[in-house]
Design a protein around this ligand. Structure first.
Ligand code: HEC
Ligand code: HEC
Length: 309
């Protein structure tokens, strides 16, 4: 091996590194391509510039902070500069967004709902900013598109409302929160009666149920013992002041098993609601957590989601 160190390959005339395999397989010592060499130098220059511009090398207990700075407004309202870092960057971006949104929020604060909805400039702001505030605060429960989840959270994207879909009621719902309550009937009614009521309620939205039970259930619904009419109304269409559901519209929040083609399963779900009552529908109050303007923005956003009323 030693004798062909830095000799030239016979076939190409290029200098070799002296490594030989299998007796005649040589490694050529070609110079590096020019593009590669310059790219390599460029990365060195870039690294140097980067070290100078951004926080880089540790020095003692500190580090080289770099020459790039970020200027933002501190909590006392004064401008302050900090060496570039991601926390300052986030702070600055958040402030910029608040500053950019302020004229819109000011306009929203000063206008009645109808005009906010009609204003073309505000409409697109409501779609984008409303969507962002909704995603941050509401989507965890009501889902990203406001479609809700049967058994948990009402759908806000239909025009069916528990408490009402006017601007004023939506605003009230958001500001103060809501908590629907229906008492359990397992002690005041017998199982047979609850069964009759469940059949009657199922029939109200067009479900096929045993006619004899439906007739008995109807009497119970309007009797003192059942007292259903008291909260759901004589026509069973619900009372929006207490958020008792409309039982005639095929829109169910609690008493449903989505996707089940089986009527007995659905009647059973209604039976469960009557037996156990309802006290789990808690819509939190947003007063104090969101600003009045944000609540106003969301009111319009939710109103548009559900087609309003
Ligand atoms: C912790 C879960 C949760 C969060 C978060 C939440 N909601 Fe609700 N929301 C509910 C529940 C549950 C109800 C139904 C209350 C009831 O059944 O009485 C409801 C009811 C509503 C209603 C009334 C619907 C109707 O049909 O009348 C509106 C409007 C509403 N929410 C909007 C919002 C908005 C906007 C936000 C974000 C600021 C939000 N909710 C955040 C759980 C939530
Ligand atoms: C004190 C008032 C009150 C009484 C009495 C009452 N309900 Fe309710 N009911 C409610 C409220 C409020 C809701 C909605 C709860 C919520 O959304 O959180 C509800 C919901 C329901 C639901 C579920 C609707 C859905 O969308 O899934 C059914 C079914 C129902 N009631 C049937 C009855 C029947 C049958 C009776 C009589 C035995 C009755 N209720 C008596 C207040 C009442």
């Amino acid at each position: 091996m030693a004798d062909n160190t830095h000799s030239q390959a016979k076939s190409t005339g290029v200098q070799t590194t002296g490594h030989v395999w299998d007796g005649d397989l040589q490694e050529l010592n070609n110079p590096l391509p020019v593009w590669w060499t310059y790219t390599f130098y460029a990365t060195m220059v870039f690294a140097l510039a980067y070290w100078l511009a951004y926080p880089s090398w540790p020095i003692g207990k500190g580090f080289l902070p770099g020459m790039n700075t970020i200027t933002y407004v501190n909590t006392e309202g004064k401008e302050e500069s900090w060496h570039w870092n991601t926390r300052a960057k986030l702070l600055k971006e958040t402030q910029d967004a608040v500053i950019a949104q302020k004229p819109y929020y000011d306009k929203i604060a000063g206008l009645p709902y109808e005009e906010i909805a009609k204003d073309p400039e505000l409409s697109s702001f409501i779609v984008s900013a409303g969507k962002a505030v909704f995603s941050d605060n509401c989507a965890a429960c009501h889902q990203a598109g406001g479609q809700g989840k049967v058994g948990f959270f009402p759908n806000l994207a239909d025009d069916d409302w528990l408490y009402g879909g006017s601007y004023a009621t939506i605003n009230q719902t958001l500001t103060k929160g809501r908590r629907g309550y229906m008492p359990p009937f397992n002690e005041s009614l017998e199982a047979g009666q609850i069964d009759q009521l469940a059949h009657y309620v199922f029939s109200l939205s067009g479900g096929k149920a045993d006619p004899a039970k439906v007739a008995k259930g109807k009497d119970l619904f309007h009797s003192q013992a059942g007292a259903c009419y008291y909260c759901h109304g004589d026509n069973a269409k619900g009372r929006m002041d207490i958020g008792s559901a409309n039982l005639t519209d095929q829109v169910w929040l609690w008493a449903d098993v989505p996707g089940s083609p089986d009527d007995t399963v659905k009647i059973d779900a209604i039976r469960k609601v009557i037996v156990g009552g309802l006290n789990k529908g808690v819509m939190p109050a947003w007063e104090g957590r969101l600003s009045a303007e944000q609540i106003k923005l969301l009111t319009v956003y939710v109103h548009e989601l559900g087609g309003g009323k």
